[in-house]
Design a protein around this ligand. Structure first.
Ligand SMILES: C[S@@+](CC[C@H](N)C(=O)[O-])C[C@H]1O[C@@H](n2cnc3c(N)ncnc32)[C@H](O)[C@@H]1O
Length: 675
């Protein structure tokens, strides 16, 4: 199951047919995309609880699931354009019941995750003041307008093809781009499929505005077809409303409101006739129920008779029989994830579970497939898992994939423990134990193309800019910043500077005839013909002279590109029928380097290696390709440390044991040992 298909394939995409349409420079339809194969990189599977509905997911119908994929959650690391094309080519066309996406907002910001060492302050001794490793750039959100719109257009076209006829999509955005995105959604899904524009009041105030504060996000909710799945949801009434509206009490304290027993319109049948001297036709009305039913209700004491002599009888509406207030389009009761929140992962832009709970509960049934193509910290997947839905997630950022995987392992573990606890009490009913029955107790992580390079580029640009003293320019789609009066362009570090990069620069400068500044190009390496190109270009040039920094060889600036990988001292042995894995030391030169940068002059010493380790995973029968998680040590709280020593049932002799260690910056190390 490692490769869902060995070959690339062309996937056709349905044309957008709605009106009106937004246009932008370079708008292109997406009629075909190439679907690449995916490689499985990790599999996590908890043994199913001994018995009970939902144990092992048998409560779910998997018959619509592609045959060559394992039952369970699917988490893809890659650009979602590639991942969505892969899903379309591999059996998911028209299968997804709910899509929630929370894409970058085109806000001009780089999103950073605060990274800290593990352990309570004072328990892990570092020769320094604090534990912070600074901030790690998770993803860039800097776009030229047209690029952003084309980016979203392509993803939304692909997403529509994955959506089931009765499926829905929620696009989470903010005021920056919601007006453009709404038009793109109209074009792709058609305006009559726009079901709601939901306003989520995210915060009460922000201090960074000279005008009215922006305190809300927008969720654009569209359905694919005419009959989307929709479950009406309710919130409890506020006390003030209860006091005002349900102001009557029975002698036992039961609260009720009184409502008109008639409604507008004359009727010929029984409901139009007089009852106990009151004729509804006299006010152009009829009874809401028949006089017989009114008699029955009166017998039960469910008719309210006003003290006034000529007061009309009214129906009693009991507070404990109402569902509450039907949720409307302004959501102001859901708090953003704050620094104290238990669910906080420290991933930037993490959305609250309560918000996703509302979206998923409204638009799916248990067992349905939920897709989030920008998972971030995995909030949508976490809630889908808790609510007994199947799920597929994807992100381009490795930190997002690691955060989501860790979170899902925790949720599955919790669900399993809850089911078992109930089982021990002799009444294992999944719904009672842990909400709706979980569809799965496992998931696999896949890679479509190699996006590690992409991630490194984000961080590398940040590091290079810091190192070279470049002031970042957030609004320029081409140049990364300025340095000493020169424009700076950082060439992606996955290739040396080539004449193609230089031609792109020349073309860009042609669009800026008034630009007179010189340009500094920073690259990891320089192809020989690129040097010649620059020499020719600079000859007799009064403005826009080109300067180069080749980081690989530059004496002054070369230091930043050295990378010393994570290392560990691990022993793997057999003790009787047990396998013992003992981690004795883990050293992360990058973390030490970060601490030194953060702390200033002194060198950081980390006395307990466990402070630098985020989690440990063990595969007892490693096949060299997919990492099958037999044990995961993922401490829930930041102040807790991994155990470091593990005892597991020994695998058959001759197996390969693999130990995966992930440090607090997300760097991974896999150690393999024969056993
Ligand atoms: C606003 S965050 C999502 C936050 C998420 N809803 C949560 O609750 O944590 C947007 C995510 O989109 C990811 N992203 C940006 N461009 C992407 C692409 N082309 N393919 C896949 N993911 C992408 C970013 O890495 C980031 O994790």
């Amino acid at each position: 199951m490692t490769d869902t298909s060995k070959k690339t394939r062309d996937v056709t995409i349905a044309k957008a047919k709605g009106r009106p349409m937004l246009t932008w420079v370079g708008k292109r339809p997406l009629s075909r995309v190439t679907a690449y194969p995916a490689q499985a990189i990790e599999r996590f599977e908890l043994p199913s609880p001994a018995s009970g509905r939902g144990a092992g997911g048998e409560g779910c119908d998997w018959s619509d699931w592609p045959k060559n994929l394992p039952h369970g959650g699917l988490l893809y690391h890659g650009d979602n354009k590639d991942v969505l094309a892969h899903l379309l080519a591999n059996g998911f066309r028209g299968k997804v019941k709910l899509i929630y996406i929370d894409p970058p907002f085109d806000s001009g910001a780089d999103y950073v995750r605060k990274v800290q060492l593990r352990g309570a302050k004072g328990t892990v001794k570092i020769d320094g003041e604090d534990y912070t490793l600074g901030e790690q750039v998770q993803y860039g959100d800097i776009w030229a307008n047209d690029n952003y719109l084309q980016f979203m257009y392509e993803r939304l076209l692909l997403l529509k093809s994955l959506l089931a006829e009765e499926g829905s999509i929620y696009l989470h955005c903010d005021w920056n781009r919601s007006h453009y995105l709404r038009l793109i959604m109209d074009e792709i899904f058609s305006p009559d499929k726009c079901r709601n524009e939901i306003i989520w009041k995210r915060t009460s105030a922000r201090s960074d505005s000279n005008f009215f504060n922006h305190i809300h996000d927008t969720l654009l909710f569209y359905s694919n077809g005419d009959n989307p799945c929709f479950n009406e949801l309710y919130t409890p009434y506020e006390q003030e409303y209860i006091d005002r509206y349900f102001s009557y009490k029975e002698s036992d304290g039961r609260r009720y409101a009184t409502i008109d027993a008639t409604q507008a319109g004359l009727r010929n049948g029984p409901s139009g006739t007089s009852w106990k001297g009151f004729n509804p036709a006299s006010k152009g009305n009829h009874w809401k129920v028949t006089p017989d039913e009114l008699d029955r209700l009166d017998g039960l004491g469910k008719i309210y008779w006003p003290e006034k002599e000529d007061g009309w009888p009214r129906l009693k509406q009991y507070l404990d029989e109402t569902k509450g207030r039907a949720i409307q389009t302004i959501w102001s009761d859901l708090k953003a994830v704050n620094s104290q929140a238990e669910e906080r992962t420290d991933y930037p832009t993490q959305k609250p579970e309560a918000l996703l709970e509302r979206v998923i509960s409204a638009s799916t049934k248990p067992g349905d497939v939920v897709l989030d193509a920008f998972v971030g910290s995995g909030t949508a997947m976490t809630v889908a898992q808790r609510l007994g839905r199947r799920w597929i997630g994807c992100d381009i950022n490795k930190g997002a994939i690691q955060t989501t995987a860790k979170r899902l392992q925790g949720v599955m573990q919790e669900q399993r423990e809850a089911l078992e606890a109930k089982g021990k009490q002799g009444k294992l009913v999944a719904e009672e134990a842990a909400g709706p029955a979980p569809c799965q107790f496992g998931f696999s992580t896949w890679r479509v193309n190699d996006y590690d390079l992409q991630i490194q580029h984000n961080e590398a640009v940040e590091l290079a800019c810091q190192h070279l003293g470049v002031t970042r320019t957030r609004t320029d789609a081409f140049f990364d910043g300025t340095q000493g009066g020169r424009l700076v362009k950082i060439v992606p570090f996955n290739h040396p500077l080539t004449p193609l990069d230089l031609e792109a620069l020349r073309a860009e400068l042609k669009t800026r005839p008034d630009e007179e500044r010189d340009v500094l190009m920073v690259s990891l390496g320089i192809q020989q013909d690129a040097r010649q190109w620059v020499e020719d270009y600079n000859r007799n040039r009064p403005v826009n002279k080109l300067h180069l920094i080749e980081l690989r060889t530059d004496r002054k600036y070369g230091g930043i590109i050295r990378h010393e990988p994570l290392t560990a001292d691990v022993s793997v042995s057999r003790e009787g029928d047990k396998l013992v894995v003992d981690i004795r030391d883990v050293v992360s030169p990058t973390i030490i380097q970060r601490l030194n940068l953060e702390q200033g002059v002194f060198r950081a010493q980390i006395a307990d290696w466990r402070a630098v380790v985020d989690c440990v995973l063990i595969d007892t029968r490693h096949d060299g390709r997919v990492f099958n998680v037999a044990l995961s040590d993922v401490p829930e709280r930041k102040q807790d440390l991994v155990q470091g020593r593990y005892e597991l049932p020994a695998p058959p002799t001759g197996s390969t044991v693999a130990v995966k260690i992930i440090d607090m910056l997300g760097e991974e190390l896999i150690i393999q040992a024969p056993c």
